[in-house]
Design a protein around this ligand. Structure first.
Ligand code: SAM
Length: 275
């Protein structure tokens, strides 16, 4: 049975193009087009929007994004085996899908953002997902080139993205995301929804930029969060010793006996600004 967009079912596409999933490339494909539409809809209206997608694979999410009216999709895929399947989608949606073969970690997304507004939507390969998110949170310019990020991660990573102080998952990622974005978990996707099923549950996270984050040097914020969470069970006067220890904490008006996971994002920013 053909799918609603008139293109063949994804299972057929995968079979015809011999796209057996490769573990090293984090390939867990979503074949249920209702589910890919649910992910794409989490990004809000796509009318007139340029969408950047990482790892389109056989194109299930790409098809949903195009069917929901995105003006254009620019998709970066590392696996050249997927390119013929993606060409069929590009032919079905003339001028609306551009596929770049390459490594998303080496792609300058900021330079590609010539036609706004831009939204990023991706079912991320698990091995590079966190690094890509950090790159998008720390671009050269702020506010950033993107209007929103709608990203699928392993649930454990999603929990770290939205974590706040005193939560089990709070760490460097939660501080960075809490400083520069408003992040929320949208919904979970069980392993059985993917081909092949991964070992863990996935989750979709939606992030929008905080227009006015408290000004702070990224390098200093990275230094304090790395030192503090590197020894998260120790008191801050100990874990931050190399950065000034008690003197630094006193200057920032933070009790030196506290531990990293109790500090709010605003307190981390204050520490970074006292360095
Ligand atoms: N979007 C498809 C879906 O939802 O079914 C596939 C998602 S699969 C989890 C991750 C995709 O990212 C794969 O197609 C894989 O080949 C691709 N990929 C892995 N590493 C990549 C990288 N560094 N840059 C670009 N694409 C990558």
């Amino acid at each position: 049975m053909a799918a609603l967009d008139g293109l063949p079912p994804l299972r057929d596409v995968i079979q015809r193009h011999g796209l057996d999933a490769k573990k090293a490339l984090g390939q867990n494909f979503l074949l249920d087009l209702n589910l890919t539409q649910k992910v794409a809809r989490t990004a809000g209206s796509l009318e007139g929007v340029t969408v950047f997608e990482v790892g389109p694979g056989p194109g299930g999410l790409t098809r949903a994004i195009l069917a929901l009216g995105a003006k254009k999709v620019i998709a970066v895929e590392r696996d050249s085996r997927c390119l013929p399947a993606l060409s069929e989608i590009a032919e079905h949606y003339p001028e609306r899908l551009e596929v770049l073969e390459g490594d998303a970690l080496k792609t300058d997304f900021e330079a590609l953002a010539t036609e706004g507004p831009v939204k990023i939507i991706a079912n991320l390969p698990y091995n590079v997902g966190t690094q890509l998110l950090v790159n998008w949170i720390l671009p050269k310019q702020w506010p950033p080139f993107w209007e929103s990020l709608t990203l699928m991660f392993q649930k454990e990573v999603g929990e770290r993205v939205v974590a706040t102080e005193d939560g089990d998952h709070y760490g460097r990622l939660g501080v960075l995301c809490g400083w520069r974005t408003n992040a929320r978990m949208a919904f979970d996707i069980p392993p059985q929804a993917f081909t092949p099923p991964p070992k863990v549950t996935s989750t979709v996270v939606h992030l929008t930029p905080n227009e006015n984050p408290i000004p702070c040097s990224v390098a200093n914020l990275e230094k304090v969060t790395q030192a503090a969470f590197g020894q998260r069970r120790k008191m801050l006067r100990q874990s931050l010793k190399a950065l000034g220890g008690e003197a630094l904490l006193n200057k920032a008006d933070i009790d030196p006996q506290r531990r990293a996971e109790t500090l709010s994002v605003a307190e981390f920013v204050r520490l970074a600004n006292c360095l």
